[in-house]
Design a protein around this ligand. Structure first.
Ligand code: FE
Ligand code: FE
Ligand code: ZN
Length: 278
């Protein structure tokens, strides 16, 4: 069965997200761990998480993907922002350890003129500070569009970060279809070729999640503006090929398209309808 869901508001807590997911026929979902543009976080509610864990088990909800705030930048040029990134990630992970089948996705960072090499070093240093051996939560580096000074627009950059991480079994990758297409990986024209390149450089065994988005901008634009499914430069056929690809079809897919809940429900139904039986 296709694992498909979307980004949900976390304002009502975990159980509320689980119920919302079920109501739109999603069996996975994503959410922000805290205010995405600030960093403020609500008190940890273990009762809610416990209730959610039971609900998820009963209702067949698989991997949930917690998204770090956009303000988390491990390779800022300001020490207090690097500290904020490290403390935020450490706190997010410790909370997520309570949540059933949780993974944590973050944007590697923007080096703000310090250079890709320096950025990679700082991102890996943060990961080496916060990851711990007993940790269950897998940490995913998101593939980026490469706008501005973003690190992670090239597969080689993700590889370089992973190479510097000590606890390598704690780290993986989340591929965003809009981002990689905008970054210049032609998943519409040559998905097999892009996946072969990903496999050679990063390793497909490191790929644990897909953000399934169409793109408002053309191939290679380095823009990062998501479009609803089938209405962008990727198009429905390309996205159909992605969800059905033998190397990808078992992964959880998360929609981050510009939609309200009803739109997400329709996109989930659409993608389920074009998912082919094995
Ligand atoms: Fe993201
Ligand atoms: Fe994304
Ligand atoms: Zn994006």
């Amino acid at each position: 069965m296709l694992k498909i869901g979307c980004h949900l508001s976390s304002s009502g807590g975990y159980l509320a997200m689980g119920k919302t997911a079920v109501s739109i026929d999603a069996n996975v979902f994503q959410f922000f761990t805290r205010n995405p543009r600030g960093g403020a976080v609500k008190p940890l509610n273990l009762e809610d998480i416990k209730a959610y864990n039971a609900f998820a088990e009963e209702n067949g909800i698989a991997e949930v993907l917690a998204h770090a705030p956009y303000t988390l930048n491990a390779c800022s040029d300001k020490a207090h922002l690097r500290r904020f990134a490290r403390d935020t990630m450490a706190d997010d992970i410790s909370r997520l350890e309570n949540v059933r089948s949780a993974m944590y996705n973050f944007h590697p960072g923007s080096h703000v003129g310090q250079g890709v090499e320096a950025g990679i070093d700082m991102i890996a240093a943060m990961l080496n500070d916060v990851l711990f051996p007993e940790q269950k939560t897998l940490i995913l580096l998101e593939t980026m569009a490469g706008k501005g000074s973003e690190v992670g627009g090239r597969f080689e950059e993700l590889r370089a970060i992973i190479d510097k991480v000590m606890l390598q079994d704690k780290i993986g990758v989340c591929l965003d279809t809009c981002h990689v297409y905008d970054a210049g990986y032609d998943i519409a024209g040559d998905l097999d070729g892009v996946l072969a390149e990903f496999d050679r450089i990063v390793g497909l065994e490191r790929l644990h999640a897909i953000h399934i988005n169409d793109s408002k901008n053309p191939f290679g634009s380095r823009k990062d503006r998501h479009e609803t499914i089938g209405n962008g430069s990727l198009g429905l056929e390309a996205l159909k090929t992605v969800i059905n690809h033998p190397r990808l079809r078992h992964l959880p897919f998360y929609l981050e398209t510009p939609n309200e809940l009803e739109g997400y429900k329709q996109e989930i139904a659409l993608l389920r309808s074009i998912y082919e039986a094995e």
